[in-house]
Design a protein around this ligand. Structure first.
Ligand code: MLT
Length: 302
């Protein structure tokens, strides 16, 4: 049997000829294939003889891509495998942010011992009145597997959807056009949308793309969602935007000391792809990619 190391226990689901080694990056001294979820491989010594790395997820910013390229190590990711899980949480985040559910939950917690809680709730609920998403405009930056799924549900919720993605071909944009009005300038998203959600990879060109300048172009009261990567957003600028009333709510899947727990911020601990279904889909796809490459030299894309 070949030596694979698995850094994602879920990947062991039903895979007979996959050695059941769950190991930390700094414990790996030899391996032909490595499967990794979120652990960073940037500081690890890549073992001699390593042929392939599979990332059980879409983003590859925890993989040292240049080092791998120099050594001829093939890197796989699993685009689309967790898109449904992320999509569902983006939609939930949008609804939570619109309806002030979080303040309502906190109010109930604070008053749980009050025997008149039901009566008091009738008075308190005025403070937590929200808005509906139907008829509002959603801007999606990045029309990959997740962005497109979000667009589809948003349309069914009665939203108008604008999409921006410099890498989408005219052909692909045409296919998307039932759900998305494709714009060629990201400023159209900033200037016209009531909700903005980002679904782009973290690269030099996208780092801090949600900057103070971008925020200043947005509509007053915008709801901003980040389920893609932490460093895409200038968190200080977001906090300033909330204080100034420019941003109504910020929903983020990436805890950061600047915005975590702050008024107007709904921050959760990177839960987008954490569903049983998404974890299994990613793991199975990643293992198949590794096995097919190492056993037969084939590159699988899905
Ligand atoms: C992804 O890039 O798809 C996610 O970060 C997956 C994960 O949560 O592991």
């Amino acid at each position: 049997m070949r030596k694979y190391y698995c850094m994602n226990p879920i990947a062991q689901v039903g895979l007979d000829n996959f050695s059941k080694n769950y190991i930390k990056t700094d414990e790996i001294t030899e391996a032909e294939g490595i499967l990794v979820r979120s652990a960073s491989m940037h500081d690890m010594e890549l073992p001699d003889g390593l042929l392939a790395v599979a990332r059980a997820g879409a983003g590859v910013n925890n993989i040292p891509l240049e080092k791998c390229a120099e050594k001829g190590i093939v890197v796989f990711n699993t685009p689309g495998a967790n898109a449904n899980g992320v999509k569902e949480l983006v939609i939930a985040g949008m609804l939570l942010a619109s309806r002030d559910v979080v303040s309502g939950i906190n109010w109930v917690k604070e008053n749980q011992e009050d025997e008149n809680i039901a009566k008091d709730a009738e008075k308190a609920k005025k403070k937590f009145a929200g808005t509906e998403v139907m008829g509002k405009r959603l801007g999606i930056i990045g029309l990959g597997a997740i962005g497109v799924k979000v667009a589809n549900v948003a349309r069914h919720l009665g939203m108008e959807v604008l999409g921006y993605d410099p890498y989408v071909s005219v052909d692909a944009a045409w296919k998307l056009s039932r759900d998305v009005r494709h714009v060629l300038d990201v400023n159209e998203i900033y200037e016209q949308c009531d909700y903005i959600t980002i679904h782009v990879p973290l690269m030099d060109s996208t780092k801090n793309m949600i900057s103070a300048e971008a925020i200043s172009r947005m509509k007053d009261g915008v709801i901003l969602l980040n389920f893609a990567r932490d460093l895409l957003v200038d968190e200080e600028a977001v906090l300033d935007g909330i204080t100034a009333g420019k941003i109504r709510r910020y929903v983020s899947d990436f805890p950061n000391p600047v915005t975590a727990g702050k008024p107007g911020c709904i921050v959760i601990p990177h839960l987008g792809a954490s569903t049983e279904e998404s974890e299994e889909n990613c793991a199975v796809m990643a293992v198949r990619q590794l096995q097919e490459y190492l056993e037969n030299g084939n590159i699988l894309h899905s």
